[in-house]
Ligand binder design. Structure first.
Ligand code: ATP
Ligand code: MN
Length: 479
């Protein structure tokens, strides 16, 4: 019975011709005991359901309240009212689930995003989150389509890991040891021999090292899964649990890697622009409204959809780290000491404010920075001939900063071993990673795209907590 329902999104495209339909959804509003605005999550557009006066009993009408779940049978007719082509003339209305209007927290009025985070279990029922999560879905689908079309193999790398790939962030430990009675070695350290895996383990911070193993057999692979970082950074672009896409390609150098990353980002943005126009139009309007509260200079120069079209039409700027430092050094911002972290010259790590200056003030478009000093990058990145830099690349976008970090990987065993020694990375834990360089090593490269960051970029949502269903951040794991 339930599976005969028509999605409101599809129904709204019909030519009204007295078709008999069955729709189900949640009440957004109910006016004059006659007009129900019904929403089923397939689109922000509500279906107007019309109840003939006097035809439905009063007890039933009282139960048609905001967010009550309904099954409506009726016929599709042209709508005399403005704003919609068609409406449903109800023949029967069944209440599937009541919703107490006195207690329901989501009244039909504007709520702040902060408030909605506290009721994240209900916030999908708002237009903003409806649009955000449909766009998120579309981007995820496009990611698989992009790689599948190009012959990449989708690889599932472990969630529980014994290695900290990057030395990137703080780790979440995974253990079954009793917290109130931790077994100790004689020297006072934790005796992990008694732990579940008989060694120290953590939630993965990246699937890259394992993806490299796949790439050296399948050629091109990608991962798309959750990663975890216990970094105590309470920013609008960091989560403790986020999703990452990590393609890894054999027979690729840094240039190939940058080309793929740029194509990939444009492909998934285009997919959303083509398939989710209605949602993106809504989000564009939403952002415009939100920005009205900001002083002029803080508002985006481009509207959301305009920005996405712009990104699709222009090549990303490509510069070296050295050029980036020169631009920053020469900038008025630096001369007027407007950076919180001063530009101290070649070798410094770029802070988010520096990255944002480059993309938002200087180039005004996405930028790929390559060839970073080896001291500020991970051990596995391929050493350049200058002895100072590695073949790394970061992609920065306006409003967010870094969305991609990648590199050509060091495929030469001696160079890799030497770098691991210099950086105190124990070889015994990574024997399998080194084996790949022993047996048929090849030039290869890859990158990691933070999924929530690209969702932020495409939806224009300022806070990363608003583009993942149930955000995990320091002090918060509700739901
Ligand atoms: P950042 O400097 O922004 O902390 P990172 O250098 O630590 O990033 P990488 O280790 O290179 O990031 O991870 C690859 C990508 O994963 C980043 O480009 C970013 O898009 C995303 N990312 C990293 N950390 C987080 C996080 N805590 N929450 C959400 N996305 C993240
Ligand atoms: Mn980080």
């Amino acid at each position: 019975m339930f599976n005969k329902r028509v999605l409101i999104k599809n129904l709204l495209n019909l030519e009204p011709d007295n078709q008999k339909v069955s729709v189900m959804g949640w009440v957004r509003t109910f006016r004059n005991d006659q007009f129900i605005a019904l929403n089923d999550g397939s689109t922000n557009k509500n279906l107007q359901v019309v109840l003939e006066l006097g035809k439905f009993d009063n007890e039933l009408l009282k139960r048609i309240t905001t967010s009550a779940a309904l099954k409506v049978d009726g016929v599709v007719i042209p709508s005399p009212g403005k704003g919609q082509k068609l409406e449903i003339k109800a023949t029967s209305v069944e209440i599937l689930g009541d919703s107490d209007p006195e207690k329901y927290p989501l009244q039909p009025k504007k709520h702040s995003l902060e408030f909605l985070r506290e009721i994240a279990h209900l916030r999908f029922r708002t237009n903003t989150f409806g649009s955000v999560f449909r766009v998120r879905h579309a981007l995820a689908f496009a990611i698989h389509e992009f790689f599948n079309d190009r012959g990449f193999l989708y690889m599932h790398t472990p969630i529980i890991s014994a290695s900290d790939a990057e030395g990137a962030g703080e780790l979440f430990h995974v253990t079954t040891l009793p917290l109130n009675n931790v077994p100790k070695n004689e020297d006072g350290s934790v005796n992990f021999n008694e732990d579940f895996f008989q060694r120290s383990t953590n939630l993965t911070v990246s699937g890259q090292l394992e993806a490299e193993l796949g790439a050296t057999a399948f050629g091109n692979v990608y991962t798309f899964g959750p990663t975890f970082r216990a970094e105590n950074s309470n920013t609008a672009r960091h989560l403790a649990e986020f999703w990452m896409i990590e393609p890894e390609m054999a027979f690729y150098d840094l240039e190939d890697n940058m080309d793929l990353a740029e194509d990939f980002i444009k492909y998934i943005i285009k997919y959303a622009v083509d398939h989710n126009r209605e949602d993106l139009e809504f989000l564009t309007q939403r952002l415009e409204e939100e920005e009205k509260q900001l002083p002029l200079e803080k508002r985006n120069e481009m509207k959301l959809l305009g920005k996405l079209e712009f990104v699709l039409q222009h090549q990303f700027e490509r510069i070296t780290y050295t050029e980036a430092i020169d631009i920053l050094t020469e900038s008025n911002y630096n001369k007027k000491k407007k950076f919180q972290f001063p530009i101290t010259g070649w070798g410094m790590d770029l802070q988010s404010e520096h990255e944002r200056y480059l993309v938002e003030k200087h180039f005004k478009k996405p930028v790929i920075i390559r060839n970073y000093p080896k001291e500020i990058k991970a051990f596995y990145m391929r050493q350049n001939d200058d002895g100072k830099t590695v073949a790394a690349m970061d992609i920065l976008v306006p409003g967010i900063g870094e969305i991609v970090g990648g590199s050509q990987r060091e495929e030469r065993l001696d160079k890799l071993e030497q770098r691991m020694k210099e950086m105190n990375i124990p070889e015994k834990d990574l024997w399998w990673y080194l084996d790949i360089r022993r047996y048929g090593t090849v030039p290869h490269a890859g990158f990691g795209l933070g999924f929530e960051r690209i969702v932020q970029f495409v939806t224009g949502m300022g806070n990363i907590r608003d583009v993942i269903a149930f955000p995990r951040t320091p002090g918060n794991a509700e739901f």
